[in-house]
Design a protein around this ligand. Structure first.
Ligand code: MN
Length: 245
């Protein structure tokens, strides 16, 4: 069904029941199919409902398909007129975003950051797996962030203090040193030459359907779905110079 057909049906339905409160038109959520190009929407690797009860299925579906999908569409559109967008590693584009063509600079920065942030985010969550860091990663957390419990408390605190929309990250450098950092909007630590070990999305769209204004509760529950196997792999990749996003 096209959006035009949908809108017409809703209009007719509304006219026939003028005294009832009209349903929210679904067209509000409609989005063009992602334009084809060098950027693609990654697969989650698990079902939309796999992270319940901590993250609900509708949030996962809308977030991964529509919110992330919009960044992919935007990047493919930018790439049509600006080949550099599609042909340069995303870490380099983010590190040098201030040299992007002025006409697309802010939009491209936001969409590059949004794509990198979300592609990382889907990877580092899982319905099962190790419940805590192990091995080299555990040792680095103990050394640089005061241990697993302190890291979680500090991460939750930093995520709670993000004003409005943004992200909280643990970054890693090529020597394996970790740091906690938060960012506004879709900014990403690659803009500062850092690599992301893992991060959590504190935009309301990441939690509002289930948690409404209770961001601290979302942050606390989120650790139940952290994928420590994958985060451990990312730690090893960062030290080997092979972490791409
Ligand atoms: Mn998001």
């Amino acid at each position: 069904m096209t959006n035009a057909t949908l809108s017409r049906r809703l209009f007719l339905a509304g006219a026939a029941t003028a005294l009832t409160v009209p349903a929210m038109p679904r067209a509000v959520f409609a989005q063009a199919a992602p334009a084809t190009g060098p950027f693609t929407l990654p697969q989650l690797g698990y079902a939309f409902n796999a992270l319940e009860p901590h993250i609900d299925a509708m949030t996962m579906e809308i977030h991964s398909q529509r919110h992330h999908g919009a960044f992919v569409t935007n990047l493919n559109n930018f790439a049509k007129d600006h080949g550099i967008i599609g042909s340069t590693p995303i870490a380099k584009l983010l590190a040098e975003w201030q040299q992007l063509p002025e006409a697309i600079r802010m939009g491209a920065k936001n969409s590059l950051g949004g794509h990198a942030n979300h592609a990382m985010f889907w990877q580092i969550m899982t319905p099962g797996g190790a419940k805590a860091p192990e091995g080299d990663l555990k040792a680095a957390i103990d050394r640089d962030l005061g241990g697993f419990d302190k890291m979680k408390a500090d991460f939750n605190g930093a995520g709670g203090r993000v004003f409005g929309s943004g992200w909280v990250f643990v970054t890693v450098n090529k020597d394996g040193k970790l740091a906690l950092v938060s960012k506004p909007g879709q900014d990403n630590p690659m803009m500062d030459g850092q690599m992301v070990l893992f991060g959590n999305d504190v935009w309301e769209h990441a939690y509002y359907l289930k948690y409404q204004n209770r961001r601290p509760e979302y942050l606390a529950n989120w650790w139940n779905v952290a994928n420590w196997s994958k985060i451990g792999e990312r730690y090893a990749a960062a030290k080997a110079g092979k972490l791409a996003i």
